[in-house]
Design a protein. Structure first.
Length: 76
């Protein structure tokens, strides 16, 4: 992202009373323990390392969709 990184966007979303209930999934190439900890400390709902292979990436996206849009009950 050109202006903000994902962690900065996460902090802004979770600081906004109108947005903080929105589930935030961090989809990233980083497997850094520091990045993972920072994401969860800032109330990320899920941290997923992007698969490198495009086929595996699409499979991961379908699993994310299945979980967040079909299995999870979200507050309105």
């Amino acid at each position: 992202m050109p202006i903000f990184n994902g962690h900065e966007v996460l902090r802004q979303i979770k600081a906004d009373p109108d947005l903080k209930k929105i589930p935030v999934i961090m989809l990233t190439t980083s497997s850094s323990e520091k990045d993972i900890s920072s994401a969860y400390e800032n109330n990320c709902n899920s941290y997923i390392q992007k698969p490198i292979d495009i086929s595996d990436f699409f499979k991961a996206i379908l699993k994310i969709e299945e979980f967040w849009l079909h299995l999870t009950s979200l507050s309105k």
